[in-house]
Write a protein that binds this ligand. Sequence first.
Ligand code: ATP
Ligand code: MG
Length: 217
Amino acid sequence: MSQQLTLALSKGRIFEETMPLLNAAGIVVTEDPETSRKLILQTNDPGVRVIIVRASDVPTYVQYGAADFGVAGKDVLLEHGGEGLYQPIDLNIARCRMSVAVSAGFNYASAVRQGARLRVATKYTETARQHFAAKGVHVDLIKLYGSMELAPLVGLSDAIVDLVSTGSTLRANNLVEVEEIMQISSRLVVNQAAMKMKRERLQPILAAFERAAAATL
Ligand code: ATP
Ligand code: MG
């Protein structure tokens, strides 16, 4: 069996914030995914390659063993369910929070108090469902794939569940954060079979990731 390792990453903040961790493991990606159109990137280590996939597809590639390991946000992992994945390390990168937001004029507390049925638009339907069920709030969930901020502005929904870091996108669209659901960071996920079969190759990399992630706290 080949001991080649494949790491699944998404472009953007996860790729950028994973690079220092990879470097700490002695691995340097020799191509830039932003300028190259390649989806398979080589590294200075002939035994390690990086594949570039959509953020929400990282758990799927790792679950089926098309990638041995990957980096995915807690938001993405909760929606995926984590089946077939080891989640050994919180890398503490790509930090943000998942929150409920509404239009500035909407009285969220009063709507919840009165037991009104709330229309909630989100990409994170699984997490939203659990959050509102735990609070005993009745919701109609509307699945979206992006630009959630628009939904309350045009009357698609009363509220959104979305990721927030600085809050500037919410402010720019006259929305107010009314509830924090959870803190989000990205985690390393490892294919369960690879964890057994490729342990010798994976272990030093996981250890380096863990040390580097702890050093940034
Ligand atoms: P796509 O753009 O392919 O639809 P995405 O928007 O989920 O997917 P990114 O924007 O690259 O992809 O986000 C990747 C991960 O980074 C998210 O899953 C989340 O964990 C984290 N993230 C998203 N938004 C922020 C943010 N504003 N600040 C910090 N981390 C964030
Ligand atoms: Mg995005």
